[in-house]
Design a protein around this ligand. Structure first.
Ligand code: URA
Length: 432
């Protein structure tokens, strides 16, 4: 078998079997298959697709390309949560302590932001001292003793995906359903949780722009999880406007803390409670989703999960007291986006808001860019709110970088309508 033969097969829309996929992933991981052949293959997959079996083989081969974390010596039910990437998405920072409050363990390996979407690790690093690098032994110890930990993906977890993702990023082959599903699931299956909830974002600010494609992606990931013997639930959530009011790194930690203390915005409360309720029912903590959802909402109102976040931050070297002082880590210089229309906000383009944050320095255009944790955007209004001409729509907290570009994006992010409207936050839930 040669890689040239496999590329030829995929070019002819033929199916690759498990042995072929394992040969390809093993060769790419050990360097015997070069980038140029893998680029041709990823483009052939993007153009000609893969069936569910091929996607599953690909996910499992990438999972097995490195360490598969064994959490079996951690007592209790281990849960994990993953988002396909959005703008203003700080849900992991809220769900982790909620899980601890309800007696579950969350051992999460997270990613950095790339492009317009934020990453949990960058957000956590806006807390002074917080460490995202930890040995597997310390990671497990922390989860065993203190229930939750969020760290960076260790170099040895799904290394094939790491290499392949970087290649896809520069060869315009990220947006392929089988490649996205296998990439996400390879990491989730390698990180050892018993129950996984996937937040599949739909809309401008997400990889999946429409509900149909998001549903297909979610179903594929749930099926891959099932074949690997894991309980996986996908929740399709709206990413056509940013989540919550705060976009940026210190900004999002601030809003996550506010939410844990019962002062969160409605959309964030609803999405966090829905995702958490799925985990809690799947882990047999509550009988049904409605009871679980109400319990999570109550926990948010009462602020009972906040201490678990503080403890996790301190366990990982961070200054826990700063969590109540995140405002002081937000850039002081401000620029306002002023409304040029009166009416109800019809749409806030999440992609443009994410790109505006990136222009200010909150995200990376290329992997090597430094992130500025202090810059970001505060949206004063959300879809459905009434505004008058001259009102401040949003405030940008800036340093010196990208202000003009960010302002141009923000001005174009809003559309208005004469009538108020509601927004659907949860589109669907798909489980195996
Ligand atoms: N997130 C991932 O981890 N992989 C993808 O391919 C897309 C989003």
């Amino acid at each position: 078998m040669t890689m040239t033969q496999l590329i030829q097969l995929k070019k002819e829309k033929k199916t690759l079997d498990e042995a072929m996929i394992r040969f390809m992933i093993q060769g790419y991981t050990d360097g015997s298959i070069p980038d140029y052949q893998m680029s041709a293959m990823t483009m052939a997959i993007l153009l000609n697709g893969m069936n569910d079996e091929e996607s599953t083989h690909l996910a499992l081969a990438m999972r097995d390309s490195g360490d598969v974390i064994d959490l079996s010596d951690i007592e209790g039910i281990k849960v994990d949560k993953h988002s396909t990437g959005g703008v203003g998405d700080k849900t992991s920072l809220i769900i982790a302590p909620l899980m601890a409050h309800f007696g579950l363990k969350l051992a999460k390996m997270s990613g950095r932001g790339l492009g317009h979407t934020g990453g949990t690790l960058d957000k956590l690093e806006s807390i002074p001292g917080f460490q995202v690098v930890m040995s597997e032994k310390d990671f497990k110890h922390q989860v065993n003793t203190h229930d939750i930990s969020i760290i960076g993906q260790s170099g040895d977890v799904a290394p094939a995906d790491k290499k392949l993702y970087a290649l896809r990023d520069v060869t315009a082959t990220v947006d392929s359903m089988p490649l996205i599903a296998s990439s996400i699931m390879s990491k989730k299956l390698a990180s050892g949780a018993d129950v996984i909830v996937l937040d599949v974002k739909v809309g401008d600010g997400a990889f999946m722009k429409d509900l149909d494609s998001a549903r297909k992606l979610a179903t594929l990931m749930v099926n891959i999880g099932h074949k690997a013997g894991k309980k996986v639930i996908a929740v399709l959530t709206n990413m056509s406007e940013p989540l919550g009011h705060y976009v940026g790194n210190a900004h999002e930690v601030f809003e996550a803390v506010e939410t844990l203390l019962g002062k969160g915005p409605e959309d964030l409360n609803v999405i966090v409670s829905t995702l958490s309720a799925q985990l809690l029912v799947a882990a047999n903590i509550f009988e049904n989703e409605d009871i679980a959802y109400d319990a999570v909402m109550l926990a948010l109102q009462k602020g009972v999960a906040y201490p678990y976040l503080k403890r996790m931050v301190e366990d990982q070297g961070g200054d826990g007291d700063q969590l109540l002082n995140m405002n002081s880590h937000i850039a002081k210089k401000t620029v306002h986006v002023i409304s040029e229309s009166s009416g109800y906000i019809k749409h806030i383009d999440a992609l443009k808001v994410g790109q505006a944050g990136m222009a200010l320095g909150a995200g990376r255009k290329v992997k090597t860019d430094e992130v500025d944790h202090s810059v970001g955007i505060v949206l004063k209004y959300k879809v459905g709110d009434k505004v008058e001409k001259g009102d401040i729509l949003a405030t940008l907290n800036v340093q010196d970088k990208g202000i003009e570009e960010a302002m141009a994006l923000m001005k174009n992010a809003y559309t208005f309508t004469a009538e108020s409207q509601d927004i659907t936050l949860i589109y669907d839930i798909i489980a195996n």
